[in-house]
Each structure stands twice: as structure tokens, then as C-alpha cells.
Design a protein around this ligand. Structure first.
Ligand SMILES: Nc1nc2c(ncn2[C@@H]2O[C@H](COP(=O)(O)OP(=O)(O)OP(=O)(O)O)[C@@H](O)[C@H]2O)c(=O)[nH]1
Length: 920
């Protein structure tokens, strides 16, 4: 056997000589140097030393109890990208680690080998290509599946990352270092010894060597631990690997799903974040808007501003949560539309901005302003255009409805008590009206009332022996009529003043006419009776001609001689008034909400609008909400005619009222209402109504006069003004005589001279037609007539007056139905038709025979049948009409007994205006 030197052994084992020398030294083999021979025993000792039991025959690798064997393999997997991303190539690295536990010293080597087991399987998967495209967010990008797996809880199955981390990348360094020569075949000695068979991998060498030496009958574990490629691996290892691969793929799939989920959740998160940002921005905007609003409001409110601006305790919290929910559906309102309404009012009723409404109107081709008045039709269109429901109501209905709402008490149901009469003085100029009124007032003061005459309030009350009398301090029929024209029949009694020394004058007559037109009883005061030339009988005579017959002459008019200078007869006059009021049974409820009439009003410095209200029913209290004409307000203070504050005013009591929103007009009604807001609404309704009335008056023509003025009563009132009395009387007589049972022509006034303002007032109040016969109206009268919608008619021929008035009166009579024969046909022969039965062959003798009109069949000029045409033919054609001189065939509906020489009369019914006959 050839002797081997240390150097040769080092070459064989491919290790440095020095290292081998050191190992030999450690193994207890004494060699002098590298060239010293080494025996087989010494080699064995060295090997045993390397195996860990140099001296005791056991494995002994430096005292280590475990030997770890590691191996890794790499494969590539092609995986389809998630959600359309391109396919990815995944590098899968499978690392295997085996640990051989060193047995105790006395443990047999076989058992040691048996104990070799798979301790860990580590799989590392690496994406061969970055998946940046599939994973847009860097932080979410998984470079390796490990990372993805680490993010995903189920990936825990893939097993412990720490192993991956700690697993040294270079394989088996320590083992390799300590490993003996991996290719022992060149060594002749080991070959002779129970050396393990040649192994490509040195790791297995020691392992394989041991069983080869001590347990050669168990090659499988050695082979399992040999580190051979798959083909050489045992079946269970392949199973494990395929199992691992399956798990890896499973985890990959999960990772992909998770990646998709992540992408989705990322999108959702981004969306949520975006929405949150937008919401925040909106909040900020709202906050800003709200803050601006607050600032505006705060600027108005001073203190609050500071509080809000400091943001301290009690600071205004910008609560972006509104107090109301935005409605999900558009609000459809019922909008009541009167005859006319302003753009502003209409906008308010629809709860929209006026500007918005104006825009809509512009879209409809109407340029308008907020104060522009819209007629009902237009307003209705706009309301419907804006999606609301239009409810047309007459202004009257609307006002009445509102009045019902604000007047909860039914005044008619209240108990009535007698009330003082309200008296107006009328008469001719300079006949002593003012002097008499003054005397009455002074007399009252002289009678013991304190305070004296402090102010003029348009009305006052006088205490007579038998009761109170209320005087309207506005003498003259103009005022009386003006009030009446406004619908305010305030006066109960008229005192007709006639100067005893002057007698009846034109204005006296006018006054009578006005009083009569107002259906107001007259008490005659013969003034200036103290004068020497006073002639009361003359007055009586002249008034008797006007049908005012004194009581002492058997009539029913009281005549009282008085003197405003001496006071003569004043008490008697007052008593006469009280007596007259008793005859009239003047009564009114004292309780309940007040209703009255505005006597006069003015705007006073320091007091604002002041209105004198004459209470007609109920009691007006301080603090009541009052609606007066187009104005309203709460009664701030009330004063009587002496300027003394009062807290209440009952029926027929005049009182000055402070607190209205404006100055109502004389004759306006004034009522106490329950709701100030409603009062405001009513005031605006009235304002609109007045505007509408003015507009309508402008358009009115006399042609409408008969129908618009007299249609209720079939009464035609006429006001006549003539140049001379003779004409006036003749005309009035002719007109009145035209009256018949259905229409009455009523001359409300018949005077001499020009047409005055007073005439127009009277005509307005009486709804009368004004006729000027050789007279003209003055400027004021013309203007007033125009405002009232009255047309003045001037004549110079009496028959023209009569004809026009007859036409107007005839308009009130309506129409009659008359028959008009339109054609007559003579029957020449009769023949039979299967369709119509008897058909008359006719010749049209007169007019035109028309289809569709009623007919009569006449035999010997006697009507024997009335009916209608069924068929009208000319030759074989149906025709609509046949003219005179033409032959035709006529079939009469439901009549078969037509004979030769009969006549067929075709007629139509027409409306004929009835006319009044002129007087003879
Ligand atoms: N002697 C006497 N004179 C009187 C009497 N009443 C009025 N007068 C005088 O007649 C004149 C006219 O009196 P007024 O009271 O102003 O007459 P009026 O009707 O109010 O006049 P107008 O306001 O212009 O319509 C005055 O000069 C009065 O002094 C009276 O009873 N006796």
C-alpha cells in the first residue's frame, strides 16, 4: 500500500496543507510536516475527528448538536394580470432546509440518520417583472409576493419570513468549509474503506458517510439528504414541493385578488376622499356666505356683531345645518289672482323673487317692472308657467273673503241700540250754513262743555234736550255727494238751509236733488229769520214746488225758522232732528268690533297720519287694529272734537285716530280687524282694486253705459243740465214719460247752468248719465267725469236727446225673438222616394230655400205642419240652398203628406232689440 503524505492528502482533498495539518493536529494525529507520511489509521482518526467523535467513535463536528442542510431551487411562473393588467412572470424560489440533530454520545448513528427531518420549507416568490402598471400606488406595489403575502392575513400559511431572512444566501458555507473532500474517489484508501459512494454535493458526504460506515442498509435517508435534483428526490419530497407550489399559487391568487380589492378599495377611498374634500369646500363656502350674512345682520344689530365676531362664549356658531330641509319636490301653491295684481304682489304670493318673475315675463315677451299691474289672464299664465295653480278671484271676492277672516264677529247678530243721528247741512251760498253750525257749536259750549272749541275735526256731537246729535262739519252737498259716491251713506238727515230773505236758489234745488238721490230725509232750516225782511212763507211756497211740503201744510217736512245770529229756533231744530231720527229708528250695535267711515284725514307734523273716523257700529278702542281704505294700523291714540284723549268711541261718535299707515280718503270705510297682517293684505288688495278701477274707468265708453250702470234695477238715471229752465223741464218731462213697466228713466237732477264738479259727484253717486243741453262742463267737472268713467254728452236738439236716451233705455229692455221668412217654395208635383218617402218637386217662388232651417207646410194659406227639411236636392245633387226661380226637390222630415199646390215656407228666428216708444 503506497504511503500517502500530508501534502498529497491535502491535494486530494483540495484543501490547504496548513489547514489539513491543523485538522490533523486537532484530531490527535501527529505529523511532523507536510511531507510526513500519514497512515490509514491516522486518516481514519482524522475523519472521525471531522465527524465529531474523534476519540469516542461518535459524530463530532466541533461540538455542534445540529447540522442544517439547505437547498434552494428557482422556477418561473406566468400569471395573468389582475383586471386586465398584463401577465406577470413570477420567480418562485423554494428553499429547503434539513436539520440533522446530533445524538447523544451513546445514541446509535442509525437513529441519528433516522432523525433527519424536514424542519422548514421556505418558499420565496419573486416577481420577475415589476407590477407597477397593475399597481398604481407605490406603497401598494408588491415587488415580491412575500410582501403581498405579508399584507394579506391568509398568507401566514406560507410560513415564516424570518427563516427567509436569516437563511444565508450562499449555500451551506459552514458545512462546505468543514466538509471533507467531496470527491473522495481519487482517494484509494477511502475507497477501500466503507467510504460513502461518490456524491456530487459535499454536504451529504459526512451524512452519507456515516450510514455507509455504520448503517449501509438504509440508503434512502442518505439519498434524501443527498441534495440530488428532483429526479433523485424521494416521492414524498416531490409531493411536498408540489404541495408548496400549490400553496404558492394559491397565495398568488389571493394576492392578486387582494391587489384587485386593494385597487377597488383604493378607488373607493379616493372617491370618498374626493367627496370629503368637496364637502369640506362646500362647507367652507357656506360658512363664508353665512358669515357674510352674519356680518350684514350684525352690522344692523351692533351688539350681536361683536359677540359673533369674537367667537368666544356665546359666539355665533356658524351652523351650517339649516333649520329646514330642502324640499325634495317643487312646492305647488294655490295662488289667488284678483282682476289685477302687481308683479310684486304676484311674486309675493308665489313666494318667489320679483326679479325672477320679471324674468319669466320677459321670456313671455313682456317688459315689466315690480309695480306694473298685470291683468288676471296674464297673471294666470305666469302662475301656471311657474308651476303653481292659479285661482282667479274677483277682487270683490278676495276682499270679502279677507274681510270675513278679519271680522270674526257677525255684527248683524248683535243687539242694536238707538244711536244719535248724523246730520249734514246743505244749502245755497251765503244762506247762513256756517253761521248756524257755529252757533250750534258755541251754544253747546255755552251750555257748559269745558275746553271750548279746540280744533276742527270735521264732525262733532251736540247734546240736545232729548238726545245727542252728530253734525258733519262739512256743509254743502258736494261733500255729501262725494261721500255717497264712495259708497259711504253716512248722513241720516239733511238740514236744508234756506235764507228767509232770499228763498229757494239754484243750489237749494241741487241740495234737494242730492238729498233725494241719497234717499235722505230733509229738515228745512229757514235761516236769517231774525231779519226784518224774512219771509218764511215764501220759502215754504217755493219748497213746496220741489215737493217739500211743510207739516203745517199737511206735508211731512219739518220747517224750523232759525237764526244763526240770535240762536232763535236752534233748540227746536235740534229737537226736530232727534224726532226725525226716532222716526227713522236709527239703531246700531254698541258692542263688537267697530266699523265706521273716514270723515277727513291729514298728515300732521309730529302726529303722523290723523284720520277722523265716524263710528257707525260697534265700539272702537285704543289699541285696536284698524283698516281704513287702503291703509291700516293700530290705534295709538284717540281724541274727541275737544282734543281730549278718549279710550273708546261708540256708534255715531266722531273720533280722531292716530296710528294709521297713511291718510285714507274721506268716505273710506274704517273697520277694526283682528289680524294686523291680514289688514295689511286687505289694504294691498284694495290698493290694487283702486288701481284697476282707475284703469277700467279710462277705458269705459258711454256705449257700455246702459249695461254697466242701469242693468241691476232696469233704471236709467239721468242728470240734466240745461241753458234755460223751460228746456230743462220739457226735456225732463219727455224723458220721464218714456218709462214703461220694465224701464224707468229717472232724472236725478235737472238744473240750469254749466255742469259743475258737484253735478259730476251727483251723477257718479247716482250712476247717472250726464246730459248737457246747450251747456258745457267746467275743467274740474270734465276731469272728474273722466276719472269716474263718465262721458259727458252735449246736445242742442231736444229730439237727439230723446233718441239717445231711448236707445240707452232700450238696451236695458233686451231683445225679442222674431221670425223672418227667408224663402217660399210652391209644390208642383209629389213623387215617392225609397229613401225619403214623399218628395215634393217645388219651384222656389220667393227668397232662398236653405237647408237646416225650420219650415212650415201651408195648404190654402193655413199652416198644416211645422218641422224641418230632411233633404234639399237640385236634380240628383244635394244642395245647401236654392234661389228663387229654381226648381228643387224637398223632403220634409217626418212628414209624408205633402200635396200639390202646398207651399213650403222656410224661416229663421232672429233676435230683435226691443225699443222704447217715444212720448207723444
Ligand atoms: N242776520 C243774520 N245774518 C246771518 C245769519 N246767518 C248768516 N248770516 C250772515 O250771512 C252771511 C253768510 O253767512 P254764512 O254762514 O257764511 O253763509 P254760508 O252758507 O256758510 O256761506 P258759504 O259758506 O259761502 O256757502 C254772513 O255775513 C252771515 O253773517 C242769520 O241767521 N241772521
Amino acid at each position: 500500500m503506497a504511503v500517502t503524505t500530508v501534502r498529497e492528502l491535502a491535494e486530494q482533498t483540495k484543501m490547504p496543507v496548513e489547514r489539513l495539518l491543523a485538522q490533523l493536529g486537532d484530531a490527535g494525529v501527529n505529523v511532523a510536516d507536510a511531507d510526513a507520511p500519514i497512515s490509514a489509521d491516522e486518516k481514519k482518526q482524522w475523519l472521525e475527528h471531522l465527524q465529531g467523535k474523534p476519540k469516542k467513535g461518535s459524530l463530532g463536528l466541533g461540538g455542534s448538536k445540529k447540522i442544517s442542510l439547505k437547498r434552494k431551487e428557482q422556477t418561473e411562473l406566468k400569471v395573468a394580470g389582475a383586471r386586465g393588467a398584463r401577465a406577470k412572470t413570477i420567480n418562485v424560489e423554494v428553499r429547503k432546509k434539513r436539520t440533522i440533530v446530533r445524538p447523544e454520545a451513546d445514541e446509535p448513528l442509525e437513529e441519528v440518520i433516522e432523525s433527519v427531518e424536514t424542519e422548514e420549507d421556505v418558499v420565496e416568490v419573486t416577481a420577475a417583472e415589476p407590477v407597477a402598471e397593475a399597481a398604481p400606488e407605490p406603497e401598494a406595489k408588491a415587488d415580491t409576493v412575500e410582501e403581498v403575502v405579508a399584507e394579506a392575513p391568509p398568507a401566514a400559511e406560507v410560513e415564516p419570513e424570518p427563516e427567509v431572512e436569516v437563511a444565508p444566501e450562499p449555500e451551506l458555507e459552514p458545512e462546505v468549509e468543514v466538509a471533507p473532500e467531496p470527491e473522495p474517489e481519487p482517494e484509494p484508501e477511502p475507497a477501500a474503506e466503507p467510504e460513502p459512494k461518490a456524491e456530487p454535493e459535499p454536504v451529504e458526504a459526512p451524512v452519507a458517510e456515516a450510514p455507509a460506515a455504520e448503517a449501509p442498509s438504509k440508503p434512502e435517508p442518505a439519498a434524501a439528504a443527498s441534495g440530488e435534483r428532483d429526479s433523485a428526490e424521494p416521492e414524498h419530497l416531490r409531493t411536498e414541493i408540489s404541495d408548496l407550489r400549490r400553496r404558492v399559487l394559491e397565495n398568488l391568487r389571493r394576492a392578486q385578488e387582494q391587489e384587485g380589492d386593494l385597487a377597488r378599495s383604493r378607488e373607493e377611498r379616493e372617491k370618498a376622499e374626493r367627496e370629503a374634500r368637496e364637502k369640506e369646500a362646500r362647507k367652507k363656502t357656506r360658512r363664508k356666505g353665512k358669515t357674510e350674512q352674519l356680518h350684514v345682520a350684525e352690522n344692523k344689530r351692533g351688539k350681536r356683531r361683536k359677540k359673533g365676531a369674537t367667537g368666544g362664549r356665546g359666539a355665533v356658531k356658524v351652523d351650517t345645518q339649516h333649520g329646514f330641509e330642502r324640499p325634495t319636490a317643487p312646492v305647488i301653491r294655490d295662488v289667488e289672482i284678483p282682476d289685477s295684481i302687481t308683479v310684486g304682489d304676484l311674486a309675493q304670493r308665489m313666494a318667489v323673487k320679483a326679479s325672477e318673475l320679471i324674468k319669466i315675463l320677459m321670456g313671455m315677451g313682456m317688459m315689466s317692472t315690480i309695480n306694473e299691474s298685470l291683468d288676471q289672464d296674464t297673471a294666470q299664465l305666469v302662475v301656471e308657467e311657474m308651476g303653481h295653480k292659479a285661482i282667479p278671484v274677483g277682487a270683490k271676492d278676495e276682499e270679502e273673503n279677507l274681510l270675513k277672516e278679519v271680522r270674526e264677529v257677525d255684527v248683524d247678530a248683535l243687539d242694536s241700540e238707538s244711536r244719535p243721528p248724523v246730520v249734514t247741512i246743505m244749502g245755497h251760498v251765503d244762506h247762513g250754513k256756517t253761521t248756524l253750525l257755529d252757533y250750534i257749536r258755541k251754544a253747546r259750549v255755552a251750555a257748559g262743555e269745558a275746553g271750548g272749541i279746540t280744533q276742527h275735526i270735521g264732525a262733532y256731537q251736540v247734546q240736545a234736550d232729548s238726545g245727542l246729535v252728530t253734525f258733519l262739519d262739512t256743509p254743502g252737498h258736494a261733500a255729501f255727494t262725494a261721500m255717497r259716491a264712495r259708497g259711504a251713506a253716512v248722513t241720516d238727515i239733511v238740514i236744508l238751509v234756506v235764507a228767509a230773505d232770499d228763498g229757494v236758489m239754484p243750489q237749494t234745488e241741487e241740495a234737494v236733488q242730492h238729498a233725494r238721490a241719497g234717499n235722505v230725509p230733509i229738515v228745512v232750516a229757514i235761516t236769517k229769520s231774525d231779519k226784518e225782511n224774512a219771509d218764511p212763507d215764501r220759502v215754504k211756497n217755493e219748497l213746496a214746488k220741489l215737493e217739500l211740503i211743510p207739516e203745517d201744510w199737511g206735508g211731512d217736512t219739518q220747517f224750523i225758522p232759525v237764526s244763526g245770529m240770535t240762536g232763535q229756533g236752534v233748540d227746536e231744530l235740534l229737537e226736530a232732528l232727534v224726532l226725525q231720527s226716532e222716526i227713522l229708528e236709527l239703531k246700531a250695535p254698541k258692542t263688537g268690533p267697530a266699523a265706521g267711515v273716514v270723515i277727513e284725514s291729514s298728515l300732521e307734523r309730529g302726529r303722523g297720519p290723523v284720520a277722523t273716523v265716524l263710528v257707525r257700529t260697534g265700539t272702537l278702542h285704543k289699541g285696536d287694529v284698524v283698516l281704513a281704505g287702503q291703509h291700516f294700523g293700530r290705534v295709538r291714540a284717540m281724541f274727541d272734537e275737544d282734543g281730549k284723549p278718549v279710550k273708546e268711541a261708540g256708534p255715531s261718535c266722531p273720533v280722531q285716530v292716530l296710528g294709521l299707515s297713511g291718510t285714507p280718503e274721506a268716505g273710506d270705510d274704517a273697520i277694526a280687524v283682528t289680524d294686523e297682517r291680514k289688514a295689511k293684505e286687505l289694504a294691498s288688495v284694495r290698493e290694487a282694486k283702486a288701481r284697476d278701477a282707475r284703469a277700467k274707468a279710462r277705458d269705459r265708453r258711454l256705449g257700455d253705459w246702459a249695461s254697466s250702470m242701469g242693468d241691476d234695477k232696469r233704471e236709467l238715471p239721468v242728470l240734466l243740465k240745461c241753458d234755460v229752465r223751460g228746456s230743462a223741464e220739457a226735456l225732463a218731462d219727455a224723458l220721464v214719460k218714456m218709462s214703461n213697466d220694465e224701464v224707468e228713466i229717472k232724472v236725478v237732477a235737472n238744473g240750469v247752468g254749466g255742469i259743475s264738479e258737484s253735478d259730476v259727484d251727483l251723477a257718479t253717486a247716482s250712476k247717472a248719465m250726464i246730459i248737457g243741453f246747450n251747456t258745457r262742463a267746467d275743467g274740474v267737472a270734465r276731469r272728474k267725469a273722466q276719472e269716474a268713467g263718465l262721458e259727458l254728452r252735449y246736445y242742442s236738439v231736444i229730439y237727439d236727446v230723446i233718441n239717445d236716451v231711448r236707445d240707452a233705455a232700450s238696451g236695458l229692455l233686451g231683445t225679442d225673438t222674431a221670425e223672418k221668412i227667408v224663402g217660399v217654395a210652391a209644390v208642383r208635383s209629389v213623387f215617392r222616394s225609397s229613401a225619403f218617402g214623399a218628395v215634393a218637386g217645388c219651384l222656389v217662388e220667393e227668397g232662398t230655400v236653405r237647408r237646416g232651417l225650420p219650415i212650415r207646410v201651408l195648404r190654402d194659406n193655413v199652416v198644416i205642419y211645422e218641422g224641418e227639411l230632411e233633404s234639399l236636392r237640385r236634380h240628383k245633387d244635394d244642395v245647401n240652398k236654392v234661389e228663387a226661380g229654381t226648381e228643387c226637390g224637398i223632403a220634409v222630415k217626418n212628414y209624408d203628406d205633402v200635396r200639390e199646390n202646398d207651399r213650403i215656407e222656410v224661416y229663421e228666428r232672429v233676435e230683435v232689440q226691443r225699443t222704447l216708444e217715444a212720448a207723444d
